[in-house]
Design a protein around this ligand. Structure first.
Ligand code: BGC
Length: 471
């Protein structure tokens, strides 16, 4: 059993553990940032057809247009850590909103492929900065008893963004209005800019900057009626023991190896267990499973993947702060692994019967198993990974360490989306899904032995876990 999950810590404070109006504004920032991330993940599958027709793209350029957002997000995530540390979490979110909006408009108005690809890269950079800054902001602003829910709300918005993108793709597909599909994301981008202008700053970041009076003012705003003193003292006590903002050397140093391994490990497992292979290529998987018409594929993808992803995220929101992170992760990975093993077996059966023209029994089993997979992901590896990544690091390395974990996530997403189709070509559908199932098994072992329980602890108390164990 994981001993680091049992390190003795004082009970978390229960002062101000409710959602006040300003915390509602914080929540809006988180929801809008997640929605941008998700919309962008989901929209491209429907837009590609029209883009290909407009610019007569080669196969290589189709890949570039699809995947360079992920590349932009990788660099955006690395920059996001620096921006969040130097300028503050709130300003980093604001910058993400501006960059994202500009990128969406460039995409929508692009006169040629080069500018379109440039727009994709800029949109990606905005998504990457937001993917670091928004959950970080949520983790630092949320009361500890609600922190899991706040970050899960981010994941809910990611899932919601994907779902809305699938719906928009479906509605606009007849007109081939890809410019509208891409350009529409400027609307939540602008909303994010507007909300980020008024939202409170992170008191933890202000304390780090030596601005206690400002930090106290923000605390009073966020939690009226609660005395900011004890909370700020606890932050100051931890800051007093730190040497100031850590260098890259320290972030990678021996002292923080354990939390860094947990953060990067979870980020990579979230991707190599196959979620985006299914999000990006759902239509093609369902086609192989016998859903032959485009309309059937779109409907199944929208509801079985998009809808279930949103619905099951509510399970995480309900239970993450009650059952804890570990239980959700372990249960989810088990369900994900088993369902992928079933998908692999079902494809084996379909190959034997040489490809049905309508969904066969094996095709329907594939559909059911993929629904179970998406549901299990949505209550575990989706929200919990982002939650844990944003709460395990001490403040002086948090920005950079979260950026490294987030960039590893985008890097793995890039690799999986690049190799998925070739893998299917090389080893077949069944082995590809069994490989993802194997990674779920390895992920389960990793969580069991390496990931501590962080439920209900303040960010300062979580640091004690590493000290108690020796990082
Ligand atoms: C992942 C994304 C994924 C999404 C699906 C997020 O947590 O980071 O890569 O597309 O969940 O809902």
């Amino acid at each position: 059993m994981n001993a680091i999950g049992k390190a003795p810590v004082a009970a978390a404070t229960t002062v101000g553990q409710t959602v006040t109006p300003w915390l509602g504004v914080v929540l809006a920032v988180i929801l809008l940032s997640g929605a941008l991330f998700g919309y962008d993940q989901g929209v491209i599958s429907g837009a590609l057809h029209g883009i290909k027709a407009t610019f007569s793209l080669s196969a290589l350029l189709v890949e570039v247009v699809t995947s360079w957002v992920t590349l932009g997000a990788l660099f955006g995530a690395l920059a996001g850590g620096e921006l969040a540390d130097r300028l503050g979490r709130k300003r980093a979110v604001l910058i993400a909103g501006v960059v994202f909006t500009a990128g969406s408009l460039i995409e929508a108005l692009a006169p040629d492929t080069l500018i379109l690809v440039g727009g994709r890269l800029i949109v990606g950079a905005g998504v990457g900065v937001a993917a670091v800054a928004a959950p970080l902001y949520a983790a630092e602003l949320a009361p500890s008893a609600l922190r899991g829910r706040f970050i899960s709300a981010y994941q809910l918005a990611v899932a919601g963004g994907i779902f809305i993108a699938y719906l928009v793709d479906g509605w606009l597909s007849k007109d081939d209005a890809w410019r509208w599909m891409l350009g529409l994301s400027a609307a939540p981008g602008l909303m994010l800019v507007a909300v980020a202008l008024v939202t409170p700053q992170s008191p933890r970041w202000l304390m780090r900057m030596g601005r206690r009076t400002d930090a106290a003012a923000q605390m009073r705003k966020i939690r009226p009626g609660a005395d900011p003193g004890p909370g700020l003292d606890a932050i100051a006590a931890v800051l007093g023991k730190e040497k100031g903002r850590a260098s890259w050397g320290e972030v990678f140093g021996k002292q923080w190896r354990r939390p860094l391994l947990v953060g990067v490990g979870l980020a990579v497992f979230q991707q190599i267990t196959g979620i985006n292979a299914i999000i990006y290529y759902a239509d093609q998987i369902f086609a192989a499973a016998g859903f032959t018409t485009q309309a059937a594929q779109t409907t199944v993808t929208t509801w079985a993947v998009g809808g279930v992803n949103v619905a099951a995220t509510f399970i995480a929101i309900a239970f993450i702060d009650r059952l804890g992170r570990r239980k959700l992760l372990l249960a989810g990975l088990l369900g994900m692994g088993l369902s992928l093993a079933v998908v692999g077996a079902a494809f084996e059966f379909m190959t034997a019967s040489a490809g049905p023209a309508a969904p066969s029994a094996a095709g329907l089993v594939t559909l059911a198993a993929l629904i179970v997979f998406i549901a299990c992901f949505a209550f575990s590896m989706g929200p919990v990974v982002w939650t844990v990544i944003n709460e395990i690091f001490p403040g002086h390395i948090r920005g950079r360490a979260v950026a490294i974990a987030t960039a590893s996530n985008w890097g793995s997403a890039f690799v999986v989306s690049q190799v998925f189709l070739s893998l299917i070509g090389a080893v077949g559908n069944s082995f590809t899904f069994w490989l993802f199932a194997l990674f779920c098994g390895l992920g389960w072992v990793f969580v069991f032995y390496r990931v501590p329980e962080t439920k209900g602890r303040s960010l300062e108390q979580i640091q004690q876990i590493w000290k108690a164990k020796g990082a």
